[in-house]
Design a protein around this ligand. Structure first.
Ligand code: COA
Length: 197
C-alpha cells in the first residue's frame, strides 16, 4: 500500500529484520512513557510477521502490528509514527493496512488499548468497557504469556501499564457487534471467572 500524505510518498509494507532497529527507535521512547507496551528486542524479531512499517524516502517513519488473540479477535499494537511525521496521514495508512490484514485472516473484531481515542475513533473504533469474550474463551486466553493478552483481560498484574488508557474495538463484521451487545445483556461478559485477576 502506498500514498502521498503531506510531505512525500509513503509506502506501507511488511517489516523486514533490518527494520527492527528503526522500529525499536520509534517505540522505545513511547514504551518509556508507558504509551506502548515495553518489549525486549527479541520480541520484535519473534513478532516480525505481524509487523508492518511505513517508509518515506527510504526511512522508516511508522510501524504497527496486528496480533491475533482468538478466532474472531485481534489487537492493533506497536502503532507509532515518528514525532516529525505525525498528523500527515501515516498512522492512518498503517492502521488501514492492519485492518486489511485483520479482514484477510478472518477476524471480526480488532481491539486496541490507547490514549489516542480521537485517532482510533476516526478509523471506526469505539470505546468499550470490560472484556468482550465468552467465559470459556477468557479461560483459554489466561493461558497466554503475552502481556497484550493480559492487558486485554485486564489482569491485576498489568494494571499499572493500562492506567488512563481507553479500551476500544473495531467491528469488521456487524454480527460480531450484535454478539457483543448480547453479551453485555447476558451473563457472559461482566464477570471474568473467579480468581482470574
Ligand atoms: C496515534 C499515531 C500513530 C497517529 O499517527 P499519525 O501519523 O499522526 O496519524 P494520522 O496523521 O493518520 O492522523 C492523525 C491526525 O492527523 C490528521 N491528518 C491526517 N492526514 C493529515 C494531513 N495530510 N494533514 C494534516 N492532518 C492530517 C488526521 O485527521 C488525524 O486527526 P485526528 O487527531 O482528529 O484523528 C501517532 O500519534 C503516535 O505515534 N502516537 C503515539 C503512539 C500511540 O499512542 N499509538 C497508539 C497505541 S497502539
Amino acid at each position: 500500500m502506498s500514498a502521498d500524505p503531506g510531505g512525500g510518498r509513503v509506502r506501507v509494507r511488511p517489516a523486514r529484520t533490518s527494520d527492527v532497529r528503526a522500529v525499536r527507535a520509534l517505540t522505545a521512547p513511547l514504551a518509556e512513557q508507558r504509551v506502548l507496551v515495553a518489549k525486549e528486542a527479541v520480541a520484535y524479531y519473534e513478532g516480525l510477521p505481524e509487523l508492518v512499517v511505513a517508509e518515506r524516502d527510504g526511512v522508516v517513519v511508522g510501524c504497527g502490528a496486528l496480533h491475533v488473540f482468538w478466532e474472531d479477535l485481534a489487537e492493533v499494537r506497536t502503532l507509532a509514527v515518528s514525532a516529525d511525521a505525525r498528523g500527515a496521514g501515516v498512522g492512518g495508512l498503517v492502521l488501514a493496512e492492519l485492518l486489511r490484514r485483520a479482514r484477510e485472516v478472518g477476524v471480526a473484531r480488532v481491539f486496541c488499548l490507547t490514549f489516542e481515542t480521537r485517532f482510533f475513533a476516526a478509523h471506526g473504533f469505539e470505546e468499550i468497557e470490560g472484556t468482550p469474550v465468552a467465559p470459556e474463551v477468557f479461560v483459554e486466553l489466561l493461558r497466554s504469556h503475552d502481556d497484550g493478552v493480559a492487558e486485554f483481560l485486564d489482569l491485576a498484574r498489568v494494571k499499572p501499564n493500562t492506567l488512563g488508557n481507553s479500551r476500544m474495538i473495531h467491528y469488521l463484521d456487524e454480527s460480531a457487534r450484535a454478539l457483543d451487545a448480547a453479551r453485555v445483556e447476558g451473563p457472559g461478559r461482566a464477570a471474568p471467572p473467579p480468581g482470574s485477576a
